[in-house]
Write a protein that binds this ligand. Structure first.
Ligand code: C2E
Ligand code: MG
Ligand code: MG
Length: 566
């Protein structure tokens, strides 16, 4: 070719001058390696970035060795020797160098062999830092997500059975490290995690850095097969050692999501999605642990996402499918109907009736509990107002979620509702599930105070299922404590528990509050619990939750009989 002839007419100095000019317009490092005289000529910025001692170096192979990541050296040497011997004319390799700060840098080096006017064999080419194209990461020296996808795609297509495991590793609370200690500290942690991973997995297992604080390990080679459990535990141990060596100056942990089977028919998108799910499962379970991908858990998760979509759609459609049911609350002595608890029901076009214990957590997590909570409040207030025509001091209990307390203007909503409906505040009882928050959370304490000022009553729901601290009862002045059915069941079978219930009821009375016993289903349960002297009873024995029309028909009269009439 004509251009080749021209190059071959030039001396090395002439070629170098041209390359110096071209270098100015290039991000890559342009180099000449004189394979005959063993001289390596590199641009200044390359000598500065990597630990070369000059731009014109003799003993090129030796010089190159000083910047190459040790375990990549052999492969590189073989390739250069093939260029020297004339066995190949093209050099094209992706491997690692080490910069002046000791960081690992992925590079791609491409070159062509030509002859100079002096008759020397020259390898002329360029070195690109892959990090600059976001294919490798200069903080950790690992390759990045695009490269993982390429590699995964190839293995999944050609040899999915060779995958021992894929592990997605995430640093717990990484954002906090960056925010509290700065991004340099964050970089250091990333570097330490990558070092720990590389010290645990065999040299030829592929390790990548994904977005931000996540890493991916793809093992297609370990022999004997490594157990991902062991790999994760070894990484954890390594990190714990590092943290200890640095005197706990920076404490951090890692979680992992593992895929160990069923790779057939999947593509890299699937792997990214499923491994993320597994990692999130580990984080949801409390972090600093690993979770193995499980198909059933994943389909449950997809179902939840779909339910959330359906709920959102129904809410946008004027609360289609949602209804408020009411369950009677009766006086423990006279069995007179004194109120009802409003309970949410959802009849989905797609899923049919889905119970509250499924939908409430989904709505809490997505914030949808806020519009739904308003819907229940308004429905319950209107209904209560209507029923007061029959029983003037009828009151309605409405359940609240902590999400409503924290993320909406509850006091404002409640005010607006009772004003517009014209309901007296004393007729509304807001139920909040018992928890440790009640004692410690400022917003909850404020809410209680505000409600008290407005004469709205509060009930602590499900007492006996969790926190059960009597100390705060007096402080918060809840009007009512609701004892959960599980508590009642325990007391029925065990005298010791029964005595505790009696004491609790006494104590609640002594601070001027009242007690509802929930979940009374049978006559014997009623008799036993009545002896403990609660104030009110709620349970299937007096009536299951029903819709507004049925409640009117079945229960809306002064005194209820003990057997459910449904
Ligand atoms: P909860 O507030 O403790 O409501 C009482 C639950 O016990 C109701 O379940 C009720 O049907 C059930 N129950 C009543 N009597 C008996 C009985 O004799 N035996 C048995 N086994 N169960 C009885 P439901 O309606 O399924 O509601 C479950 C939970 O969902 C409620 O527990 C409450 O925490 C929550 N929830 C329901 N509606 C709402 C709502 O509008 N907003 C919020 N935030 N939570 C709600
Ligand atoms: Mg309740
Ligand atoms: Mg309850």
């Amino acid at each position: 070719m004509e251009s080749e002839d021209k190059l071959e007419d030039m001396t090395i100095s002439q070629i170098k001058s041209i390359m110096d000019i071209m270098q100015k317009a290039s991000d890559a490092y342009l180099y000449i390696m004189d394979l005959t005289a063993k001289i390596y000529i590199v641009p200044e910025k390359m000598a500065e970035r990597f630990a070369f001692d000059s731009v014109w170096m003799e003993n090129c192979v030796e010089k190159l060795k000083t910047v190459v990541y040790p375990s990549d050296w052999d492969k590189l040497r073989q390739d250069i020797l093939r260029c020297v011997s004339g066995e190949q004319e093209i050099h094209d390799m992706e491997y690692r160098w080490i910069d002046r700060e000791g960081r690992v840098i992925w590079i791609n080096c491409k070159g062509t062999v030509i002859y100079s006017a002096e008759g020397h064999r020259l390898l002329i080419g360029k070195v690109n830092e892959l990090g600059k194209k976001a294919r490798a990461d200069n903080v950790t020296g690992l390759r990045r997500e695009p490269r993982f996808r390429l590699d995964a795609e190839a293995v999944l297509r050609d040899k999915p059975e060779s995958i021992r495991y894929i592990m997605r590793l995430g640093i717990d609370n990484f954002k906090e490290i960056n925010e509290k200690d700065g991004t340099d500290a964050g970089d250091e942690v990333l570097w330490e995690v990558s070092k720990s991973i590389l010290s645990v997995v065999p040299e030829d297992v592929s390790v990548y850095r994904l977005v931000a604080d996540e890493f991916m390990i793809m093992d297609t080679v370990s022999e004997p097969r490594m157990d991902p459990n062991d790999v994760y535990n070894a990484i954890k141990l390594k990190i714990a050692q590092l943290v200890k060596e640095k005197n706990y100056n920076r404490f951090f942990t890692v979680s992992a999501g593992i895929m160990a089977e069923d790779f057939e028919g999947k593509n890299s998108d699937d792997i990214m999605m499923l491994s993320e799910f597994a990692l999130n499962e580990a984080k949801r379970a409390g972090k600093n642990q690993m979770a193995v991908f499980n198909k059933n858990d994943y389909s449950g998760y997809l179902r939840q996402l779909d339910i959330r979509k359906e709920i959102r759609r129904d809410i946008a459609n004027k609360f289609r499918g949602f209804a408020v049911y009411y369950q009677p609350i009766v006086d423990a002595d006279t069995h007179e109907l004194i109120g009802a608890e409003a309970l949410l029901r959802w009849n989905s076009g797609k899923y049919g009736h889905v119970p509250p214990y499924v939908i409430i957590p989904i709505m809490e997590e997505s914030g949808l509990i806020i519009p739904i909570g308003r819907f229940v409040l308004w429905e319950a207030a209107r209904t209560c107002k209507e029923w007061q025509a029959v029983i003037p001091d009828f009151h309605v209990h409405v359940n609240l979620s902590y999400v409503q307390v924290h993320k909406s203007d509850l006091i404002n909503d409640v005010n607006e509702c009772i004003n517009e409906v014209g309901l007296s505040p004393q007729s509304l009882v807001l139920e909040l599930t018992e928890s440790g928050y009640i004692e410690t959370d400022k917003r909850i304490r404020e809410l209680f105070k505000n409600l008290k000022e407005r004469n709205i009553n509060l009930a602590i729901d499900d007492f006996g299922t969790g926190y059960s601290n009597m100390r705060y009862l007096r402080e918060i002045e809840a009007k009512t404590i609701k004892l959960d059915r599980s508590f009642v069941l325990q007391a029925l079978n065990n005298e010791y528990d029964y005595t505790i219930i009696c004491h609790i009821i006494n104590m609640v009375h002594s601070v001027g509050s009242t007690v509802v016993v929930e979940g009374i289903e049978f006559e014997n349960e009623l008799e036993k619990m009545k002896a403990a002297k609660p104030d009110m009873i709620q349970g299937y024995l007096f009536g299951r939750p029903v819709n507004e029309a049925d409640f009117r028909k079945l229960f809306l009269r002064k005194r209820l009989t003990q057997v459910s009439e449904q």
